[in-house]
Design a protein around this ligand. Structure first.
Ligand code: IVH
Length: 725
């Protein structure tokens, strides 16, 4: 072992850097022997000691955290080890519901969207939600060609060689399968296999996985398929992506067909005729949960008829036709050691509980959210007491809850264990990062730092957001690296704003060939090194061109999340058009003022309301934002968005207004359908309107259309027009 006996406090900076470099290499070697060669060469205690030492050093010298540090990877094959695969259809996730009432709301929303009355039949399937990893298996002409993980939903990792080692997954499909079909489902490990193998592994190597899911994930991300082969992985098929021919008319039959082709399908799937049936299935599956040989974390309901699934379609990340009814969250009690305040990129002060580590449902939890200052005081969002008004104090014994992937939260306090002399927590009214006032606006639950541009925490968070996975997605710029660049005084190393990321290399290359100059080179900075610097530059260069929606999302404008960014991007198609439109929009100045035409265009975009529209307009009206934007545009190019929709649709690019009562579909469905076909849906009639679809009872909009000479059709006419008459 390279570990020195010296206490961490006594190390100099360069000693620490040297030791961290040695630890990184040593641990990487052990990981390689363990994961890729499956031939570990250290005892559990030694391996853990190395990692602990590494963690202690990093805690004491955060500026020295290396890009290749073992703390920066999860211990399986490094990311980038597998080729990327773009899914032909995105792999979506599911919305979660937690109560019977939520299930009722879900069913009601489906009925509303489809314009069904309460007694129209509507069948759902109910099946266990398997706690594993989702996988997409692409078959062409009957042969398995690619297996990909979910990744970010659009692009996953190619793990075909490893998947081929799973005996349960057919390599070939029978002749009746469509020419192209992507079969989707869950890779998992049985609990008994996990327990046996994990025990053996712990004994032999000291390595332990927290749960079957992690073990399955680790087993799949192996560079050597033979290691995967030695792990008892299993599969359940429950969905599909691209398919060159329909599988069936219903979900139930489609899954049965997957079963006929040789895929394992879950025997607990059932059809349910209504809400009571669904809830009954839920309870039955919950009752069986403990005796099932694999972990499940809820029940998934899906609309059975596939034609209805098509009509319902998708929101940005999840289908409207399915939801996951999760089992109640797992809880544990522990001690609240401290409350820390984090400052987000919009200045929001969020209290975070630092906890005595505790295992909640198989995962060690050390941090949990406390939501906001009222929550700590025992006041809910509606101003009413929660927890019967009990406040939460440092030193308290608290209950912590963790549900699935959701951030753990502090639920309650155990009052009779409250230490004597404890005092109520006082929420700061200044920003812990910059000292500016932190104010809570009327009616807001959140206190915000008013420091804006001068607040370092906000600036760092903005950069973190900018490089995050769904924004610019720049690898190698983690929290530690950003802190290093941001707090840096040297002009050749500082990154104070997103544009600086893209000038870093140039500034570095301009350093003089003197001793001073060469010492400022990143490669010479402790914790970097040649390879990581080269990789970082490459990752940055790769992102000089990004899709417009990512660019917009990355700007971190308040209220503009991924979905909203996509909506703006798909509407304006280019940044220039967006600036010409939203940048000149004038919102209503008072009652009765509708705002100018650009404003009206903005709020007519589907899903864009006044609050979001105003956030964009305000952003573009701020001189320093424009300055930052223009500086960024000197370095990067947002790519124009492709117009969406089926090119063959007769309404591509048309602006459509629906008015009056619709009988065959709800207003939401009409909108979603038109948009799917490439049309823009507007709420008001203007010269720009191409088509008005008017139902019974249409009034002023119909009249306006007449005056402007715009084509008007009825609902049946619409279905004929789009070829579904
Ligand atoms: S259906 C378009 N069915 O849960 C919807 N998903 O939280 C496709 N999952 O990413 C998913 N069991 O990995 C579906 N019976 C089941 C499932 C299931 C587990 C996973 C899946 C998905 C995640 C969403």
């Amino acid at each position: 072992m390279t570990q020195t006996a010296k206490p961490v406090e006594d190390l100099t900076l360069s000693e620490a850097a040297e030791e961290l470099a040695a630890l990184a290499a040593e641990i990487a070697g052990h990981d390689r022997r363990y994961y890729a060669e499956d031939a570990p060469s250290v005892s559990d205690a030694d391996y853990d000691a190395l990692r602990l030492r590494n963690a202690a050093l990093e805690a004491a010298f955060p500026e020295l955290v290396r890009a290749d540090s073992p703390s920066q990877s999860v211990g399986t094959a490094p990311s980038g080890a597998f080729a990327q695969v773009r899914h032909a259809r995105p792999m979506l996730s599911l919305d979660n519901v937690f109560s019977d009432g939520d299930v009722r709301d879900f069913v009601a929303s489906v009925r509303r969207f489809l314009n069904l009355s309460a007694d129209d039949p509507l069948v759902f399937t109910a099946e266990p939600k398997i706690d594993g990893l989702s996988m997409s298996l692409r078959y062409e002409r009957g042969a398995l060609v690619t297996a990909a993980t979910r990744g970010d939903g659009e692009t996953g990792e190619n793990v075909t060689a490893n998947i081929r080692t799973i005996g349960e997954i057919p390599q070939r499909l029978p002749a009746d399968a469509p020419e192209v079909v992507e079969v989707r489902g869950e890779v998992y490990m049985r609990r008994d296999d996990f327990l046996a193998l994990n025990a053996r592994m712990t004994e032999e190597t000291g390595r332990t996985f927290a749960n079957p899911r992690n073990f399955a994930a680790g087993s799949l991300r192996q560079k050597d398929p033979e290691v995967t082969r030695s792990r008892p992985l299993k599969f359940f098929a429950y969905a599909w992506g691209e398919a060159s021919a329909p599988l069936a008319a219903t979900q139930f039959d489609a899954v049965r067909r997957l079963g006929d082709w040789g895929f394992p399908v879950n025997p607990h799937m059932a059809r349910c005729a209504g809400i009571e049936d669904m809830l009954e299935r839920y309870r039955a599956i919950e009752a069986e949960r403990a005796s099932l040989p694999y972990d499940i974390d809820g029940v998934v309901y899906k609309v059975d008829r596939l034609d209805l699934q098509d009509r319902l379609g998708f929101r940005s990340r999840s289908p409207r036709w399915a939801t996951a009814h999760k089992f109640p969250a797992e809880k544990a009690t522990t001690i609240l050691r401290a409350i820390e305040i984090q400052v987000g990129r919009t200045g929001a002060l969020t209290p975070v509980a630092r906890l005595e580590p505790v295992t909640v449902g198989g995962v060690v939890v050390t941090n949990a959210t406390l939501h906001n200052e009222d929550y700590i005081r025992g006041i809910g969002n509606d101003g009413q007491p929660i927890r019967e008004g009990r406040d939460i104090r440092v030193g308290d014994t608290v209950t912590v809850q963790r549900a699935g992937d959701v951030i753990p939260q502090v639920l309650d306090v155990v009052l009779d264990q409250r230490p004597a002399g404890s005092v109520p927590y006082v929420f700061p009214d200044t920003c812990p990062a910059c000292g500016s006032h932190a104010v809570r606006e009327e009616g807001e639950a959140v206190r915000r730092c008013t420091g804006g541009l001068i607040c370092p925490a906000q600036a760092v968070e903005r950069i973190r957001h900018f490089v995050s996975r769904n924004a610019f997605d720049i690898e190698g710029l983690g929290e530690k690296q950003i802190e290093f660049f941001f707090s840096n005084e040297k002009a050749s190393q500082r990154i104070a704003s997103p544009a600086d990321i893209f000038t870093l290399k140039k500034r570095q290359e301009a350093l003089p060939q003197t001793l001073d100059g060469s010492l400022e080179r990143l490669e010479k900075v402790d914790g970097f090194g040649e390879t990581s610097v080269r990789k970082l530059y490459a990752a940055i260069e790769e992102r000089r061109r990004v899709p417009l929606h990512r660019f917009l999302f990355a700007l971190g404008i308040r209220h503009i999340g991924e979905t909203t960014a996509k909506r703006f991007a798909r509407h304006y198609l280019s940044l220039a058009a967006l600036r010409a439109g939203a940048g000149t929009a004038v919102p209503p100045q008072g009652k009765g003022d509708p705002g100018n035409a650009q404003w009206q265009e903005l709020v007519a975009i589907n899903g864009i309301g006044a609050v979001v529209a105003r956030a964009l307009v305000d952003f573009l009206a701020e001189a320093h934002n424009i300055e930052a934007l223009d500086r960024l545009l000197e370095e990067v190019t947002p790519l124009d968005e492709e117009p969406v929709g089926e090119v063959s649709s007769p309404v591509v690019g048309k602006t459509v207004v629906f008015t009056g009562a619709l009988e065959r579909m709800s207003r939401d469905e009409a909108k979603a359908m038109a948009e799917r076909l490439g049309a823009k849906v507007s709420g008001s009639v203007s010269k720009k309107t191409d088509l008005v679809v008017a139902g019974p009872g249409a009034g002023s909009k119909l009249k306006q259309a007449g005056e402007l000479g715009i084509e008007v059709i009825d609902e049946d006419g619409w279905f004929v027009l789009v070829g579904q008459g």
